[in-house]
Write a protein that binds this ligand. Sequence first.
Ligand SMILES: [Zn+2]
Length: 379
Amino acid sequence: MIIELMIRNGRVVDPSTGINGLYDIAVAEGKIISIAPPGSIPDEGFAKVLDASGCLVTPGLIDLHTHVYEGVHEMGVRPDVVGIDQGVTTVADAGSAGAGNFDDFISRSVKNNATEVLAWLNIAKPGLAEGRSELADLKNLNAHEALACIERHPEVICGIKARMSGSVVKGNGIFPLSVAKAVAREAQLPVMVHIGNAPPELGGVLDLLEEGDVVTHAFHGKAGGILGPEGRLIPQAEEALDRGVRFDVGHGSSSFSFQTMKQAQQLGITPYSISTDLYLENWLRGPVYSLTMTMSKFLLLGYPIEQIIQWTTQAPAQILRRANTIGTLREGTIADISILQIVEQPVEFVDSERQVLSGSKLIQAQYIIKSGEIYPCKQ
Ligand SMILES: [Zn+2]
């Protein structure tokens, strides 16, 4: 077998296998064939050698919450722009498309990219393509069409998205979520719930969620979030966590607060996963910019890099139920690998409340290997 690529001398960090140290990685036929101490794989017959000295070599990063459907005007970004260009091998679109336009989403956004694109199917038929109040009109809810769509695209659809905040559902309360849950149960998939301003009240939303379901925007800084007035976790949030409901970051333009995150940190509450909620505006003008920028904010907040890598590789792979194939560097799996560098430089980090924190470390993506192919990243 000809080794197509050798990645030499990097610090390999793979939380899924517990590997953390200097290793070489050999890739052939698009798969990882060996992870071994530096220099121990014979130095012959490689098509390419990549020197990763001083870099972190991790499973390909996974962004659980993005908007990559260009059918949604002024929002959808091309998948590769927030994917391989930024060191991310897999992105999940979070409800940009619903059953009414999912086939268009497949042809525009899933095909013809180097980045792997998965999706949370919006329980509302038009997704976000007809505006941001997609659950205000109950005619947009059709469980049969959603189930038929899931059946047509099992390789892409990883769950159901329901956006449960006042401007989205208007007077419909938690009813749209109960429909999303019914569809998800039938299809044996998780639900991702967007939370924001009430109504509906967060407690009622959380009460409907089960093990494996995801709350995105969990650490927003608006009123009515997971923390009550005394700064304690509201009881329904505590119960949801005990049931195995997963709290995801979903940074976005208005959904991540340093203050909320620090308060949660003091209570011992951590995210299950870090995602960006990247779309055109917050990619171009911030405050999100990229997954690695979002990860850098967690480095600033004091979380260890190994933990941050777990939250962006193994954890989202588990949520997406693809932990055997992505988010891991096990020998024999697809060669999806991120090569990152922690750069020392002064940097101002901004959250969605426009609070600024100064830091000195930035995680930057240098190269990405997607299915064995190397791509340089763009900063
Ligand atoms: Zn979103």
